[in-house]
Design a protein around this ligand. Structure first.
Ligand code: PMV
Length: 327
């Protein structure tokens, strides 16, 4: 007997960043985060529980997953099996429409899609809190991709993580902004985010300040989003991004995800702002720069960024929907 379900989730980009864990086993964040779910970059995942399988099979972009990557997927499947009271192994097939592990947040869309598809394939109708808990087992940023538009994920204080549940700040169609993704390299990241976070927490002299100044950023960004104030939001977005990168650059050994084009895009965005445009950068655990701007200015800004040396292409994203069950 076989139960198959397919789900699609979009990636999300943090406007207020998450970096650091308060509980490694439950993968609970030390700080909250605020993100925008994107419209086009996505993962589609099919899960089939099958009585005939003797072990879980996991295929990511046509290639069998192994080691840690496979274990993270199986950990989510194990919790789904426990919750459903069923022991069948699963066949998982997942496809990204963009490069994996390159700082384009494939783990966020991947684990959000996996949580939704696995739960549905097991016959479970789970609320956002439970889907989010499943997604979080794989990636700390994945709970945010369960919801669409502008999303807040509080760090929470409870030991079981039951207060670390994403909530919507604004739905996708409530604010017409764009995030331009300036792709400038395909290299898989040198330091995974979990290792990078642990190293920063353990060795960076700036980690404590990063955590202590975070709540004020969360409040300011949420207020700015509700007020649709792009300049106010942009100031917090850049500050949160640079504080996160500064704290990891000060770790031992230092963590640097940027390349030359990263810096050139940052400078170009600053020039655009000096020329009167509303453009603001953010950068994750990879070299790509994402630029927040109003829809009306997005073509002009995208054209300028596309001309920066080393930028391969610019993907234009608008606020997108939460996770969807396809079959
Ligand atoms: O969810 P992870 O483990 O890939 O960590 C995400 C870390 C950042 O992308 C750098 C920040 C964020 O909040 O998405």
């Amino acid at each position: 007997m076989m139960h198959v379900s397919k789900a699609r989730a979009r990636t999300n980009i943090a406007l207020v960043k998450y970096w650091g864990k308060r509980d490694g086993a439950l993968n609970l964040p030390a700080v909250g985060s605020i993100s925008m779910t994107l419209s086009s970059l996505h993962t589609t995942t099919e899960v089939g529980f099958d009585t005939r399988l003797s072990e879980d099979t996991v295929v990511i972009n046509g290639r069998p997953a192994q080691g840690r990557e496979r274990e993270r997927v199986c950990a989510v499947l194990d919790v789904v099996r426990q919750t459903a009271g069923a022991g069948h192994r699963a066949a998982v097939r997942t496809e990204n429409n963009f490069p994996t592990a390159s700082g384009l947040a494939s783990s966020a869309s991947g684990f959000a899609a996996l949580a939704a598809a696995a739960a549905r394939a097991a016959g479970l109708e789970l609320p956002v809190s439970e889907l989010s808990r499943l997604a979080r087992l794989g990636s700390g940023s994945a709970p945010r991709s369960i919801l669409g538009g502008f999303v807040e994920l509080p760090a929470g204080v409870l030991a079981d993580g039951s207060d670390c549940v994403p909530r919507e700040i604004l739905p996708p169609d409530a604010w017409d902004v764009r995030l331009l993704v300036a792709v400038n390299g395909r290299a898989e990241k040198a330091v995974g985010s979990t290792e990078g976070m642990e190293r920063t927490k353990g060795t960076s002299p700036y980690y404590r300040q990063w955590v202590e100044t975070h709540a004020a950023d969360m409040q300011a960004a949420a207020d700015a989003i509700r007020a649709r104030g792009i300049a106010r939001l942009g100031a917090v977005v850049e500050s949160s991004c640079f504080k996160m990168h500064a704290s990891m650059m000060a770790a031992t050994p230092p963590i640097l995800y940027w390349n030359g084009a990263t810096v050139e895009v940052i400078r170009t965005v600053r020039d655009l702002r000096n020329a009167g445009l509303d453009a603001y950068v953010t950068i994750d655990a990879g070299p790509h720069v994402k630029v927040l701007c109003p829809a009306a200015q997005s073509s002009e800004i995208a054209d300028r960024i596309a001309k920066v040396d080393g930028v391969e292409r610019v993907i234009v994203e608008r606020p997108g929907p939460g996770v969807e069950i396809l079959t």
